[in-house]
Design a protein around this ligand. Structure first.
Ligand code: C5P
Length: 343
């Protein structure tokens, strides 16, 4: 991404936008011998972001700064962990100062900590004017957390394995998104453990995790296939395929192809009963006409995708009127992700 041949830092800070993600569907499979769960999900980056400011100067070590409570400032922080590994691989001496300016909720299911780490890695590369081989970056990212590698791709991304094995997918069109944040922190390991308990009961009914995962994947591909098989216009872009008289825009139609397949986030089954207010927010987004509404990751953020920005703004207004914090944002394509990364 950042071509150069010198190893010297400019001592000027590098600021990187650290975008959030949402999960459009998330299917949890069996717990593996390594303790992680096999899963399948569709990640989508969105415009809401933190900022990560990195300076590399003479010396050694890492220092972390963040004013938001709940963000660890020691070696347990994902930024620290990835930068420590990257500096060792780059074999470059230097003192790395990382400042995280938080907008995204902590433990919100939006991949904030994961995105911050990838942003810090890319900022260090920019500071040093040196790049690690891409395979090394994916390796480091996967080592630090399951949700990191997606941020080395951006846009619409298929996540498999424990979520760390990522594949760029044909992009969903830019879509207005309402994000509701309720200030509830959900522990992901706890949500997985709660899911395991529900599965003990399902085993008795003969429903196997691998069957569910296969059904989920075929749903995603049939949804995307509808989009891909549409005729392209002269510019090579997909046309909507739906008569204008129906009044549907291109974004709406393509997204509907996907969500009509019935993909869902399994975490809702364990998180909603514990936090019924989250289910209520999803209901409001649906009532406001969301094309799709869901918990993101293990939550607690709940989002709705809307056909127009006006519809999104109206839905956000309804949520705010009922005392729920709501942000209107948009999905970010792979191209947009990389173009807007450096501030
Ligand atoms: O990889 P990450 O640090 O995000 O994982 C946090 C925790 O979530 C893991 O230690 C594990 O308990 C749980 N997890 C899981 N299956 C996954 C991803 C995470 O059980 N696919």
């Amino acid at each position: 991404m950042f071509g150069a041949d010198s190893v010297q830092s400019t001592c000027m800070p590098t600021t990187v936008r650290s975008f959030a993600k949402i999960n459009i569907g998330l299917c949890i499979g069996a717990r593996r011998p390594d303790g992680f769960h096999e899963l399948r999900t569709l990640y989508q980056t969105i415009a809401l972001h933190d900022r990560v400011v990195v300076t590399v100067s003479k010396g050694a070590g890492i220092e972390l700064h963040c004013k938001t409570p709940g963000v660890p400032l020691d070696e347990s922080n994902t930024c620290w962990r990835i930068v420590e590994r990257a500096m060792a691989l780059l074999a470059t001496p230097g003192r790395v100062r990382i400042e995280i300016e938080k907008q995204l909720p902590v433990q919100g299911g939006l991949g904030g900590a994961s995105s911050n780490a990838v942003a810090a890695l890319l900022a260090v590369e920019h500071e040093l004017k040196r790049e690690l081989p891409l395979a090394d970056k994916f390796g480091l990212a996967a080592e630090v957390g399951s949700d990191l590698p997606l941020f080395l791709i951006g846009g619409t991304v298929l996540g498999v394995g424990r979520g760390e094995e990522v594949y760029p997918l044909p992009e969903l069109p830019a879509t207005a998104c309402v994000l509701a944040t309720l200030g509830i922190a959900v522990s992901t390991p706890q949500a997985f453990a709660d899911w395991d308990r529900t599965q003990e009961q399902d085993k008795l009914t003969g429903c196997f995790p691998s069957d569910r995962i296969n059904v989920f994947c075929s749903a995603i591909f049939s949804g995307l296939n509808g989009f891909l098989s549409r005729p392209r216009n002269a510019a090579g872009r997909h046309s909507s395929g739906v008569p204008a008289a129906e009044g549907r825009g291109r974004a709406e139609t393509q997204l509907l192809d996907l969500v009509r397949t019935g993909i869902a986030n399994d975490f809702e089954q364990v998180v909603f009963p514990q936090h019924p207010e989250l289910a209520k927010v999803k209901g409001i987004l649906q009532d406001e006409g969301a094309l799709y509404a869901s918990l993101s990751g293990s939550g607690s953020a709940v989002y709705g995708l809307f056909a127009t920005r006006q519809a999104a703004q109206k839905a956000a207004g309804s949520l705010e009127a009922q005392g729920t914090r709501a942000h209107v944002t948009t999905t970010v394509s792979r191209k947009g992700y990389w173009e807007q990364l450096l501030v």
